[in-house]
Design a protein around this ligand. Structure first.
Ligand code: ADP
Ligand code: GN1
Ligand code: MG
Length: 378
């Protein structure tokens, strides 16, 4: 894409002021993101995104989901002082023809958001305050969407966090072995397949009606929350996968990126160590925001989500590696394998600490239930 192409695309949207050249932005694995700064003071900067249509097959449905989620969150923000609908909720910019997205001459699909100025998104968490704020952000997000009618939303990626279906995909990928990589992956496949039945628990509890389906974010890695001044949570972003799910999914995926002192794709596995104070801080924020509606069984399922989400990621990364890297963006030939190994190492560390993790959740739950208003979360 040349700068002129991008400039023509952004100008098909209802933007105000006059924008500069685009710069590639962010470290997401799915969409292509560009930042346009505004030359005219007082007008917003814009974030242009090329939607990954290999991942999102129904862009109309996807954008209608996002539009409805945003409208609902903005209404809730107006009612919830001191939240501000412009600062605490994404703003989608429509095309000049009124559509929510643009299709270019080559079939590329584009959308535009207001860029949230003076915010940070972190690939890794370093302070307890950041972790606490992440917990408040994702917990409040779930809370704010608890009264949105789920039947309004489509499944943007069918069976997205359905582990049964993800394991089927892995088995197919192993069978087809498209990239001829299976023979070197005996350890990784054995590790994952050994755990497959234990990982069905949340799904089974859900199917039996014991865990309620809620509207969840489903992609709560830490760089999908923007922190503002003083690292206070400002806005949850990346709304592509907001759809029905279980509370443990959002908790587990956030913890996957918070508790790990190494990166998601860490090469040096010895760096993958758990940071339990960060776990406790996120848990405190999450439970503070959700304890008024979260069932006791959901609270008890959270640590299962902490094991499930890295497991699901490992399954997904390995499936993509076997398929020849067709889903996630990669920056090296073995990137998906490195990601798989890092998630497997994280699972090993988590398995050793399950009791401790459960006792932290329980301790935070009891503290909040006994003394909700006295918890200092500022
Ligand atoms: P992907 O699906 O590829 O992860 P995201 O929507 O998460 O795409 O955007 C990628 C990155 O761009 C985010 O991690 C964040 O750093 C940044 N970002 C996204 N939306 C905004 C926004 N409205 N304001 C500021 N930064 C944003
Ligand atoms: C992708 O879009 P991004 O980078 O926030 C992926 C998530 C994975 C994550 C792993 C739609 O998230 O499911 O957890 O990578 N998003 C999609 O880093 O597949
Ligand atoms: Mg993202």
């Amino acid at each position: 894409m040349t700068n002129l192409d991008l400039y023509n695309i952004i100008n098909a949207f209802n933007i105000q002021g006059k924008v500069n050249d685009a710069g590639v932005y962010g470290s997401g694995h799915i969409n292509d993101t560009y930042l346009f700064k505004n030359n005219e003071p007082g007008f917003p900067d814009y974030l242009l995104q090329k939607i990954n249509i290999h991942v999102f097959k129904d862009v109309n449905g996807l954008m209608s989901n996002i539009d409805q989620v945003i409208s609902h969150l903005k209404k809730k923000a107006i009612l919830t002082a001191p939240l501000d609908p412009d600062l605490n909720v994404l703003t989608l910019v429509k095309c000049k023809n009124g559509q929510l997205f643009l299709v270019d001459n080559d079939g590329g699909h584009w959308r535009v958001f207001h860029f949230m100025k003076n915010t940070s998104s972190y690939d890794q968490v370093t302070t307890e305050n950041q972790a606490l704020q992440g917990g408040l952000a994702f917990g409040s997000f779930m809370s704010a969407l608890s009264d949105l009618d789920p039947s309004l939303l489509i499944q943007t990626i069918p069976n997205f966090l359905n582990i049964e279906s993800r394991l089927k995909d892995l088995n197919i990928a192993m069978h087809v072995d498209a990239a001829k990589r299976l023979s070197s992956l005996r350890d990784e496949t054995a590790f994952l397949l050994e755990r497959s039945s234990a990982m069905m628990n949340i799904l089974q509890l859900g199917k039996s009606g014991m865990l309620p389906l809620r509207i969840t974010h489903n992609d709560t890695k830490f760089n999908n929350v923007l922190l503002g001044e003083g690292d206070r949570f400002q806005c949850v972003i990346d709304l592509d996968t907001v759809m029905p799910g279980y509370a443990a999914y959002d908790f587990g995926d956030a913890i996957r990126t918070i508790i790990n002192q190494g990166s998601e794709d860490e090469k040096d596995l010895s760096k993958i160590q758990l940071n339990l104070p960060l776990f406790a801080a996120f848990t405190r924020g999450f439970l503070f925001a959700t304890s008024s509606f979260l069932l006791e069984l959901e609270m008890l399922s959270l640590v299962q989500g902490v094991l499930l989400l890295p497991y699901m990621q490992a399954v997904r990364f390995l499936t993509d590696y076997l398929n020849g890297d067709v889903y996630y963006k990669i920056n090296a030939e073995q990137h998906n394998l490195q990601r798989t190994r890092a998630q497997i190492q994280l699972i090993k560390m988590l398995e050793k600490n399950v009791e401790e993790l459960n006792s932290i959740v329980l301790k935070e739950w009891i503290k909040i239930k006994n003394n909700h208003s006295a918890i200092n979360i500022s």
